[in-house]
Design a protein around this ligand. Structure first.
Ligand SMILES: C[S@@+](CC[C@H](N)C(=O)[O-])C[C@H]1O[C@@H](n2cnc3c(N)ncnc32)[C@H](O)[C@@H]1O
Length: 265
């Protein structure tokens, strides 16, 4: 990623909240049907964040911070709930993300303080910023987490964030009653989660948004469990692999394509 500031062209999504397109990945940071409503429907509601915060203090891993929409939605839920403290570790690889977030959401105190000091704290929320690639971050940021918002760009563009090898790290660092949430419905992603040891389920669609995938260690965390059998059959059972946790998305995609090709020959 370049450290030069990049011109930012904001996009007004259908619910009035703002997003923009990433110049390298070429994808918008959020669903154009609504950035704020996507955060609610894919992450806040299916994680039962408010209910969990009424029960006890909670640790959340937010991947990646991006424009801060999910992180802000989680902080707002904690304040509105008025329950136990929410501690958030937010991970972001792109140094330009902070500039984009501040340009699009200049009033946001959480983003400003994270940008300036790397920390944010109020009565109900504390957030710690972690710069760099999640794959290295996960090996040294201390868990366990009760909830993971896994929100990289898509598996076909940001493939390094969707591998079996990374999901194994998540599995080790998720608390026994924890829940990982993502918007992706990809078969390769679901196969990777299953092979890492997770049970999987869906988050119900909240129109105009589609549903996503949930992954847990304990079955009672999944209100809509998914039958694993389709993801045990070739080629849906072939996950993305990145054993060194250091390969480019391009190499990881090429490796999966080669292993699918060699199995059909
Ligand atoms: C879809 S955007 C996230 C949107 C964000 N959750 C929000 O609510 O505004 C994906 C983010 O993941 C970050 N990212 C991509 N690969 C990463 C990696 N390997 N480690 C950490 N962050 C990564 C990107 O730089 C980008 O900011």
């Amino acid at each position: 990623m370049t450290s030069e500031p990049i011109p930012i062209q904001s996009i007004v999504t259908d619910d009035g909240s703002l997003t923009c397109r990433h110049p390298v990945y070429g994808e918008p940071y959020h669903a154009l049907q609504g950035a704020r409503t996507e955060a609610e429907s894919k992450f806040i509601l299916p994680s039962r964040l408010a209910e969990r915060l009424r029960q006890g203090p909670l640790r959340l891993l937010d991947v990646g911070f991006g424009l801060g929409v999910n992180c802000r939605a989680a902080a707002q839920t904690a304040r509105q709930t008025g329950g136990h403290v929410l501690s958030v570790d937010t991970v972001e690889a792109d140094p330009d993300a902070w500039l984009r977030a501040r340009t699009l959401y200049p009033e946001c105190r959480l983003t400003r303080e994270l940008t300036e000091t790397g920390r944010y704290q109020d009565h109900f929320v504390q957030v710690t910023r972690h710069d760099g690639d999640l794959r290295q971050g996960l090996t040294h940021i201390e868990g366990p987490w009760d909830v993971v918002f896994h929100d990289p760009f898509s598996p076909l563009k940001n493939t390094e964030c969707w591998t079996l090898d990374l999901f194994r790290l998540f599995f080790q660092k998720l608390s026994p009653d924890g829940l990982l949430l993502t918007y992706s419905e990809s078969a390769a992603v679901r196969a990777g989660l299953l092979q890492a040891g997770f049970l999987i389920g869906t988050s119900p669609a909240v129109p105009p948004h589609r549903g996503g995938t949930l992954a847990a260690r304990a079955a009672h965390q999944l209100t809509h469990p998914l039958d694993p059998s389709p993801f045990q059959i070739f080629p849906k059972n072939v996950p993305f692999r990145d054993q060194a946790l250091a390969d480019s998305g391009h190499s990881i995609r090429a490796r999966r394509e080669a292993s699918v090709r060699s199995a059909v020959q």
